[in-house]
Design a protein around this ligand. Structure first.
Ligand code: PLP
Ligand code: TYF
Length: 397
């Protein structure tokens, strides 16, 4: 039977991990997959996470099923982190949290829920977006449409985005990246978020806000500006959250699907459906990551430690952005790449073409995504000069 099955290529971004590993060049630089790296190129376990795990070893009482919505205490902490402790949505009991296997699991829950409960609605994704959005939504048979996000020079094109959003059929779903847009690094300003809100209200759209990098842009609260603005002014929206990056617990698969309804009654109806969606996918979410997060957030000391480490990660990323532009100065390229310091999060759409990306890989063993997306967290004092020289070579300066 299996002889008729076709082999398909793997995920292009994850494929870079293996290509990089196999490269014997001692000067190789990994700017590919979106995991944070410290100044030594490592992705260490946060101290707050290690301490929480030690605590858990002694205090964890059971490994019995956690329930389809996951740990309610974890859900409460995530709601407060995302929406703000003083959120009027929380005060009115209008938000439901369903713990999910990572942000990807939350996206799949969202897609299955939307297809089964709001059939006939298309979802509008920015172009470009994280490629797995397409994979997850296609797999769930959600109809996908696109709105532009960058212009021909790979710069943020808010006017084009807004113009398209204004033409979306009433009642459709629009996916917005809350912060640290993947792959471009370009985020709407606060003023632009207000304009997005106006269009969403006018077209009666349902926003799906993907929040995978809270704390990696400008800070936990700062990065939540757009999400909280929408939540404060809309009756209904959905949010997919991830703890992979901001707690550095990528492989623990820890995320959350949040649904906001117009009142508690509707919220409970939605919530009941989500339990079914979760059960039909994987029954119960994995518990270790959410236990780590809840342990940290339940302790003032561990929360302070986590905040310090998150600040460190964010500061390093923003510092390295400055250093990259400075490093390009001697090559006469500082102005051309000045936009890199305006971008936020790990990713930078560099504007490099696929040919230039290939040349960087083949001649310098510098790995980035074919679209020209670089994970700037892969840069450090040891490799930044080498990377700047290589970029100057491939752009022909
Ligand atoms: N959404 C975006 C935009 C991402 O970049 C990622 C990255 O992995 C995710 C969601 C999913 O994250 P997770 O690893 O928690 O599934
Ligand atoms: O975009 C990235 O690099 C991260 C990690 O299928 C990732 O979001 C990439 C591809 C994928 C899963 C995670």
């Amino acid at each position: 039977m299996f002889e008729s099955i076709e082999r398909v290529p793997g995920d292009a971004i994850l494929g870079l991990i293996q290509q990089f590993k196999d490269d014997p060049n001692p000067n190789k630089v990994d700017l590919g997959v979106g995991v944070y790296r410290d100044e030594h190129g490592n992705t260490p376990i946060l101290r707050a996470v290690k301490d929480a795990e030690k605590k858990l070893i002694d205090t964890e009482q059971t490994k019995a099923y956690i329930g389809s919505h996951g740990d309610p205490q974890y859900g409460e902490y995530i709601l407060q982190t995302v929406l703000g402790a003083d959120s009027k949505v929380l005060a009115a009991n209008r938000a439901s949290a369903t713990q999910s296997p990572g942000g990807t699991g939350a996206l799949r829950l969202a897609a299955d829920f939307l297809v089964s409960q709001l059939p006939g609605k298309a979802i509008w994704l920015p172009n470009p977006t994280w490629p797995n959005h397409l994979g997850v939504f296609e797999a769930a048979r959600l109809e996908i449409k696109r709105y532009p996000y960058v212009d021909d020079n790979d710069q943020f094109d808010f006017d084009a985005m807004l113009k398209k959003l204004k033409s979306i059929p009433k009642g459709d779903i629009v996916l917005l990246h809350a912060c640290c847009h993947n792959p471009t690094g370009f985020d709407p300003s606060q003023d632009q978020w207000h304009q997005i809100l106006e269009v969403v209200q006018d077209r009666e759209l349902l926003p799906l806000v993907d929040f995978a990098y809270q704390g990696f842009g400008d800070g936990l609260d700062e990065d939540a500006y757009g999400v909280r603005l929408l939540a404060d002014h809309l009756d209904e929206m959905v949010i997919t959250q991830s703890c992979s990056k901001n707690f550095g617990i990528y492989r623990e698969r820890t995320g959350c699907f949040i649904a906001i309804a117009k009142d508690e009654e509707d919220m409970q109806d939605v919530r009941s459906q989500l339990a079914t969606t979760a059960r039909e996918n994987y029954s119960n979410p994995p518990a270790h990551g959410s236990a780590i997060v809840a342990t940290i957030m339940g302790s003032a000391e561990l929360t302070a430690a986590w905040h310090r480490e998150l600040d460190e990660m964010r500061d390093r990323i923003n510092d390295v952005r400055q250093k990259l532009v400075e490093g390009l100065k001697p090559h006469g390229l500082a102005d051309k790449f000045a936009f890199i310091t305006d971008q936020r999060g790990m990713f930078s759409y560099t504007g490099l073409t696929e040919d230039q990306v290939n040349k960087l890989r083949d001649e310098y063993s510098i790995y980035m995504v074919a679209s020209g997306r670089a994970n700037v967290a892969g840069l450090n004092d040891d490799n930044i000069e080498y990377v700047c020289k290589a970029i100057a070579d491939v752009v022909g300066s």
